[in-house]
Design a binder for this molecule. Structure first.
Ligand SMILES: Cc1ncc(COP(=O)(O)O)c(C=O)c1O
Length: 449
C-alpha cells in the first residue's frame, strides 16, 4: 500500500484491471492531437483517445460548452428535458438519412445498442439478433451478446437468441472461399445457418458499417443493401452501429448516407461526444410510436442530460465550422498515400485498408501465406510508444494482427508525416531485431542454407 508522496509506488495498485494494455505512466494532459504523460513526454495520439476525440482533445468549443453547462444545468431529473437536448435532437433529425428522425440521448455506446436491440425486440415481437463476426457493440447484456471481437469466456451464457454470421473479410475470408474480392458467400452461408437454428422469432441484424475492432474490415460494395434485403425477408430490423463511423470519421456525416442504405435504427456514440460520454439511438416515427405504445422504457440516470448534449451540439457545430467532413477525406487520402508508400517498402505489411481517417494495417510473415505476424505488431506498437506515437493494435489468432489508426479529424499533414516517420523507424528496427534474433537461433548449416 502506498503511504508516502504524491505518486503511488504503482499507480495502478487501487484499480481493477479492465482488460487491454495499460500505458506505463500516468497521463496528465491531452490537447489537440497530443497527450502528455507525467514524465513530460509528448505523444501523438493516433487513436483519438478511445476513438472519440474527433475534433481533437479539449477543443475550445467543447471546453466552452462545458463551461456554459456549468452556468446553466449539468444534470436534471430524467423526465425534465433541457433545451440542449431539444436542439441536439433537432440537429440530428436534419442530418440523418430520412426517414430516421427521433432520438434518445444516452451516455455510452453499449447503452445505445442495448436500447436499440430492446426496441427491435419490442417492435418485432421477436428476440433473435444476428451480429457479424469480429463486431464490437459493447459490454452490456444485449450489446455484448452480439459482440464477437471481445473475449466471451467465463461469464456463462449470453442472451438467448444471439447469432453470428461470418464477416465479409476479403483479406482473411472466414469461410475460406474468397481471396481479395468478397462475393458475399459468407453472408449467404450465415443466413442459411441462422435459418436452420432459428426458433422463428427474428428481431434484428446489427452491424458496424466498418468492422473496426475486428480489424478495420470494409465490407464490399453492395454488402449492406444485401444485408438489409436478407433482414427484411425475415422481418428483422437493420441496426447500424455508427459509434465510430458517424460524424466525419469516414469523411461523411454517417456511413449510412455514404452507403445509401438507411437502417431502421442507427446508434451513435463515441464521436458524438468528442470525448464526453454521449450516445444516441435514432429511429423512425413509426418504430418510435409502436415501441412507445408497447411500453418502451429505457429510463437511465443520465438520459437527456444537459451537459453531454450541450457538448454534442458543440461537436456538430465544430465539424461544420471547420469543414471536418472534407478535411477527413483529404487527410484520409494523404494518410492512405503515406501508408501505401510504407507498404511498398515493408513486405510485412500485407494489407492496408479503410476509409477517411479510419485505417487498418495488417501485418504478415509472408504476403502469400498471410500468416499473421503478431510479435512484430506487439513489439512495433511498444517501440512507437517509446518514440512518441500511440497506435492501437488488434491481435486475434483468427483475424490477424491489425493496427487501427484513427487520428482526430483536425490532424495536419505535419502530424501525419511525424507519425509515418516514427512508424517507419519502429517497424524497421523491430523487423531487423527479430531477423537478428532468428539468425542467432540457427545452426551454422541453417544459416548457410
Ligand atoms: C462500434 C462500437 N459500438 C459500441 C461500442 C461500445 O461503446 P462504449 O464503450 O461507449 O460502451 C464500441 C466501443 O468500442 C464500438 O467500437
Amino acid at each position: 500500500m502506498n503511504t508516502s508522496g504524491d505518486k503511488p509506488a504503482d499507480f495502478r495498485e487501487n484499480l481493477i484491471r479492465y482488460g487491454g494494455d495499460v500505458y506505463p505512466e500516468i497521463v496528465d494532459r491531452a490537447q489537440g492531437c497530443y497527450v502528455w504523460d507525467s514524465t513530460g513526454k509528448k505523444i501523438l495520439d493516433f487513436t483519438s483517445g478511445q476513438m472519440c476525440a474527433t475534433v481533437g482533445h479539449s477543443h475550445p468549443n467543447i471546453v466552452a460548452a462545458i463551461k456554459k453547462s456549468c452556468d446553466t444545468a449539468l444534470h436534471l431529473f430524467s423526465g425534465m428535458i433541457p433545451r440542449s437536448v431539444v436542439e441536439l435532437a433537432d440537429k440530428l433529425a436534419k442530418i440523418v438519412p430520412k426517414p430516421l428522425r427521433k432520438s434518445l440521448l444516452l451516455s455510452t455506446g453499449s447503452e445505445s445498442n442495448e436500447a436499440a436491440i430492446k426496441m427491435a425486440k419490442l417492435y418485432t415481437g421477436g428476440f433473435e439478433v444476428i451480429g457479424l463476426g469480429g463486431s464490437w457493440h459493447g459490454v452490456t447484456a444485449n450489446a455484448g451478446a452480439v459482440s464477437f471481437a471481445s473475449d466471451r469466456r467465463g461469464y456463462g451464457p449470453g442472451m438467448p437468441g444471439s447469432f453470428v454470421i461470418p464477416e465479409p473479410n476479403a483479406y482473411r475470408c472466414p469461410v475460406k472461399h474468397c481471396r481479395d474480392r468478397c462475393d458475399l458467400t459468407c453472408m449467404k452461408i450465415g443466413f442459411e445457418m441462422y435459418d436452420m437454428q432459428s426458433a422463428g422469432a427474428p428481431a434484428a441484424v446489427i452491424a458496424e458499417p466498418v468492422i473496426s475492432a475486428g480489424g478495420v474490415i470494409v465490407p464490399p460494395a453492395g454488402y449492406f443493401a444485401a444485408l438489409q434485403a436478407e433482414a427484411r425477408k425475415r422481418g428483422m430490423l437493420l441496426i447500424f452501429d455508427e459509434a465510430q463511423t458517424a460524424f466525419g470519421r469516414l469523411g461523411h456525416w454517417f456511413a449510412a448516407s455514404h452507403l445509401q442504405v438507411t437502417p431502421d435504427i442507427m446508434t451513435v456514440s463515441k464521436t458524438l461526444g468528442g470525448g464526453m460520454p454521449l450516445a444516441g439511438v435514432i429511429t423512425t416515427d413509426e418504430i418510435e410510436d409502436l415501441c412507445h405504445r408497447r411500453g418502451f422504457a429505457f429510463y437511465t440516470s443520465h438520459v437527456s442530460d444537459p451537459l453531454p448534449s450541450t457538448v454534442g451540439l458543440a461537436v456538430l457545430q465544430t465539424i461544420e465550422a471547420e469543414n471536418l467532413l472534407e478535411r477527413s477525406q483529404e487527410m484520409g487520402a494523404y494518410l492512405a498515400e503515406r501508408l501505401a508508400e510504407l507498404q511498398g517498402r515493408f513486405e510485412e505489411i500485407g494489407d492496408v485498408r479503410g476509409m477517411g481517417l479510419l485505417r487498418g494495417i495488417e501485418l504478415v510473415h509472408d504476403r502469400e501465406t498471410r500468416e499473421p505476424h503478431h510479435e512484430l505488431g506487439a513489439l512495433t506498437t511498444q517501440r512507437c510508444l517509446e518514440l512518441g506515437l500511440s497506435m492501437n493494435i488488434r491481435r486475434r489468432p483468427e483475424r490477424g494482427s491489425v493496427w487501427r489508426i484513427a487520428p482526430p479529424l483536425t490532424v495536419t499533414t505535419a502530424d501525419i508525416d511525424l507519425a509515418m516517420t516514427i512508424f517507419d523507424q519502429a517497424l524497421a528496427e523491430t523487423r531487423d531485431a527479430l531477423a537478428r534474433r532468428s539468425a542467432a537461433g540457427k545452426t551454422p548449416a541453417q544459416r548457410a542454407a
